[in-house]
Every structure is written in C-alpha cells, then in structure tokens.
Ligand binder design. Structure first.
Ligand code: ZN
Length: 256
C-alpha cells in the first residue's frame, strides 16, 4: 500500500512545509495531498504555492485561497490584513508561480479517492465550515442528540474524510466521539469507515504545540506526526514583511 502524506493549512510558512515534506519522505511517503490554505498569514506564500504545486498530486482550495480571489469578507482584522498583503504578493511578477491567481482559482473544493474524501472545512460547506471537538459534546439532557451539523456532514460521506481548517488535529467517528492524537498513541485505525480526520496545521498550529502537524495515511490507519522546525525564523520573516501584523509571527511561537 502506498504511503500518502496529507498536509493542510501551510499558511505561507516555508520552513514548516520543508520540514514536513522531509519528514514524510523519510517515513516512506510517495504521494502527497494538500487540503488547502497554502497561503494567508505567513511571509512566503509564493514559495509555498510553488512547492505544493510541484509536490502534491491533489490540492484542495481553502478559504484563504478563496479570500485572495474574492477579498476577505467576514475575516477578522489580522486575517484580513494578511489577505491584502498576500494578494499583492501573488499578483506581482514572479517566475515561481507566474499564474498564481489563475492556479488557485482553478482548485477543487472536494476530491474523492477510493479510500478517502478530501475537503478543507467540511463536506457541507467545503471552504469555511469548522468541525470542532465541541461539536461532539452532547448538550441536550435526553442523550444522543448531536448538532445537526455533524449529522448533515456524515450524510455526505461514505469513507474517511480528511479535513483541516481548525488547525487542531483529531478524529470524529460515526459514534460522534472525539479522539486526539494523544488518546490513540498517534495512530488511529479508521477501519475504512466514515469519520472526519482533522490533520492539524503545518504552518500555524493552534493546539499549544508549535511543531508542524500533518498525517501519514496507509488507506486504513492515520499516523499523526509533529515535526520540529525553526519557528523563530518563520516568525522573523513575518516581522520583516512590513505590512503583516507582528501578532501573526508571535502566535507561531505560542501556537494559538
Ligand atoms: Zn487555515
């Protein structure tokens, strides 16, 4: 079985992306899939886009790609400032990705393979719906009444579905329970059944662990990986970029 590496939410962090690709190759990954948000927040969007385009055989569009095309409506001020800066980067003359805007506009929002479905957010709203651990909480006193969001999402898949967007790794299974990497010793057996596997974020983790997050996939088992990289260097690139808010560099150091 071919080992696949699935990456997401790189957010212009070239140091994190390079470290993850190296880690994946050293663990036998031959096929690479990307779930989107290659750009936005970080200081090296073009370099990341070029590397992902050259490495990944499947690339999904994220909400940050869509915002670069349509404008950052509904984004918070930090994300919005980053989108405006990123638009400038992607529109400038570059030999790295000469057709950057056209390239991201043409990306798919969902892809189905025989053993996996890929979306950025959720199958219901591929670009911008979050699937959180909190969605598995049972708020109603009479028992197993879950948010319609999860029920609706499970109705739209029939195999393991890989998602990103929240920047927090973990699995929601059909029993609506949440499993974190630490709960399963970094290895989750999907048995090929429908579930949502959030693979975390390569370039801007938000779970308090600043190492880059991604997964390896053998068609049944998910292997959660965390990879050290030079976080200070990526933060410094943001500080030096001028129009990117310093807060975007600081948050890399603290992983929030
Ligand atoms: Zn993201």
């Amino acid at each position: 079985m071919t080992t696949r590496a699935i990456i997401s939410d790189i957010h212009g962090n070239l140091g994190a992306l390079t470290a993850v690709l190296e880690d994946a190759r050293s663990h036998g990954a031959e096929v690479f899939w990307c779930l989107g948000d290659v750009v936005g927040y970080g200081a090296r969007p073009l370099e990341c886009l070029a590397l992902v385009r050259d490495t990944c055989s499947a690339i999904i569009k994220g909400n940050h790609e869509q915002a670069v095309i349509d404008g950052p409506a509904g984004f918070n001020p930090l994300a919005s400032a980053a989108i405006h800066w990123t638009q400038g980067q992607l529109c400038r003359e570059s030999t790295l990705v000469p057709d950057a805007m056209q390239f991201i506009a043409g990306l798919d929002t969902r892809l189905d393979f025989p053993d996996a479905t890929l979306v950025h957010g959720s199958p219901q709203h591929p670009l911008d719906e979050y699937l959180f651990r909190e969605d598995t909480f049972d708020y109603l006193p009479r028992g197993r009444d879950f948010s319609p969001k999860l029920t609706n999402c499970f109705a739209l898949i029939d195999r393991p579905c890989f998602v990103g967007h929240t920047h927090v790794p973990g699995v929601i299974d059909a029993q609506m329970s949440w499993t974190e990497p630490a709960d399963c010793d970094d290895r989750f057996d999907t048995e090929g059944k429908p579930c949502f596997v959030n693979i975390g974020s390569v370039g801007q983790p938000r779970d308090g662990d600043r190492r880059a997050s991604y997964v390896l996939w053998d068609g049944r088992n998910v292997f959660f990986r965390r990879v050290e990289y030079d976080v200070e260097a990526s933060a410094e690139q943001i500080f030096q970029a001028g129009e990117l808010p310093d807060m975007l560099g600081k948050r890399l150091l603290e992983a929030w």
